[in-house]
Write a protein that binds this ligand. Structure first.
Ligand code: CAA
Length: 380
């Protein structure tokens, strides 16, 4: 497989990098501290085409491929992983569902706005009792005439607090397991739909996470995506692509950890020489760089398979599992290399360690990625 970036992809990488340095880096520590979303910057990301990257121009998107998307994601997350997850959810979960499953009327009404950032989207699968066992839902949508009445609670919804549109997976038939789950488009302001408080999180504190509540929320049947009972398959297939996005987020965090480690270790002198001259530091840097290279190749392979319309669930799971472990390891070693300074908030290093952890949890834990990989290999 040839992973050489085209001229256009190189330009996207450069644009994303310059944008991140100019507009996301200032204030990133303060936003993390205060749990503030980079609202203005997200708006600008929409204007640059970063919120609907794989959406064809026909639907107001940037008309790019998955390879361009992962390259941009890495650069954004290298500076601000919170902005990165807002971008990732909007692109690879929300826009992707519309692209693959929605009808033209739904695409016209929602996708054209989501692709430009005029609307921000969220994706809602998990419930308080069902995370990894995602189909074990307690929510229910009862058909009533030409609408459905939704009841129950969803949780851990990224972008949930202020999004305009949520793609919600919710059962419309009982006792048939995942085959009874359907996918609905929920709009801001629908009666009976409300949101919980902003969750106080360990990392990615510049992105909002909250619960969603449905209390006899009446949703027109035309807001269902695809057919009744297709929701779980929609979620699973879409999450394959989402996992490439989160792997790229992890890669950006890991790369930032390496960059900071290299810079600091050359500057910091102990025992009369830069600490980069010590074997213990060199070993950490060598391991970080090797794992980052391997993670990047896994991500590019998964993205390329997606672009070629070939199966990529296993490769996406491998990329996420490996890249997220790489991010956690690299960020921890980066703090270690920085010593006492690494433990201080103002150096922006401890944030990497906190941000990295979630990449092993959301869009399927590392343990779930291993289930996906093992099932694909064992043919189960
Ligand atoms: N790709 C495509 N289809 C898949 C799939 C995949 N990776 N995994 C399962 N499916 C399909 C199966 O083919 C099957 O469909 P068919 O009947 O059409 O063949 C259906 O889904 C049910 O599959 P299983 O019987 O394998 O289901 P299961 O109950 O054993 O669960 C699981 C499988 C892999 C454990 C799944 O539950 C899972 O992925 N869990 C993790 C959930 C998750 O990733 N949550 C993330 C929340 S969203 C989030 O974090 C977003 C955010 O805010 C950032």
């Amino acid at each position: 497989m040839d992973f050489k970036l085209t001229e256009e992809q190189e330009l996207i990488k450069k644009t994303a990098r310059e944008f991140a340095i100019e507009h996301l880096e200032p204030g990133v520590i303060e936003r993390d501290d205060k749990s503030e979303t980079p609202k203005e910057q997200v708006k600008m990301m929409g204007e640059l085409g970063f919120l609907g990257m794989m959406v064809p121009e026909k639907w107001n998107g940037a008309g790019m491929d998955a390879l361009s998307y992962v390259v941009a994601m890495e650069e954004i997350c290298r500076i601000d992983a919170s902005a990165g997850v807002i971008m990732s959810v909007n692109n690879s979960l929300v826009c992707q569902i519309f692209l693959d499953w929605a009808n033209d009327a739904q695409k016209q009404k929602y996708l054209t706005k989501l692709a430009t950032g005029e609307f921000i989207g969220a994706f809602s699968l998990s419930e308080p009792q069902s995370g990894s066992d995602a189909s074990n839902m307690a929510t229910f949508a009862q058909k009533d005439g030409n609408s459905y009445v939704l009841n129950g609670t969803k949780n851990w919804v990224t972008n949930g607090l202020t999004c305009d549109v949520v793609m919600v997976m919710i059962p419309t038939e009982k006792n048939v397991g995942y085959k009874g789950i359907s996918c609905f488009i929920i709009e801001d302001g629908m009666a009976g739909f409300s949101r919980g408080r902003k969750e106080d999180k360990l990392g990615i504190r510049g992105s909002e996470t909250c619960e969603l509540y449905f209390d006899n929320c009446r949703v027109p049947a035309e807001n269902m995506v695809s057919e009744p009972g297709q929701g779980f398959r929609i979620a699973m297939k879409t999450l394959n692509g989402g996992r490439i996005g989160i792997a790229s987020q992890a890669l950006g965090i890991a790369q930032a950890a390496l960059d900071k480690s290299v810079e600091y270790s050359k500057e910091r002198k102990q025992f009369g020489k830069p600490i980069s001259a010590f074997g213990a530091i060199q070993s950490k840097i060598a391991q970080m760089a090797t794992n980052i290279e391997a993670a990047r190749l896994l991500i590019l392979k998964a993205a390329k398979l997606k672009d070629e319309h070939k199966p990529f669930a296993k490769e996406a799971a491998m990329a996420k599992q490996f890249a997220s472990q790489t991010a956690v390891d690299a960020a921890r070693e980066c703090v270690q290399i920085h010593g006492g300074y690494g433990y201080m908030q103002e150096y922006g290093v401890e944030r990497l360690m906190r941000d990295a952890k979630i990449t092993q949890i959301y869009e399927g834990t590392s343990e779930i990625q291993e289930v996906v990989i093992a099932r694909a290999i064992l043919g189960e």
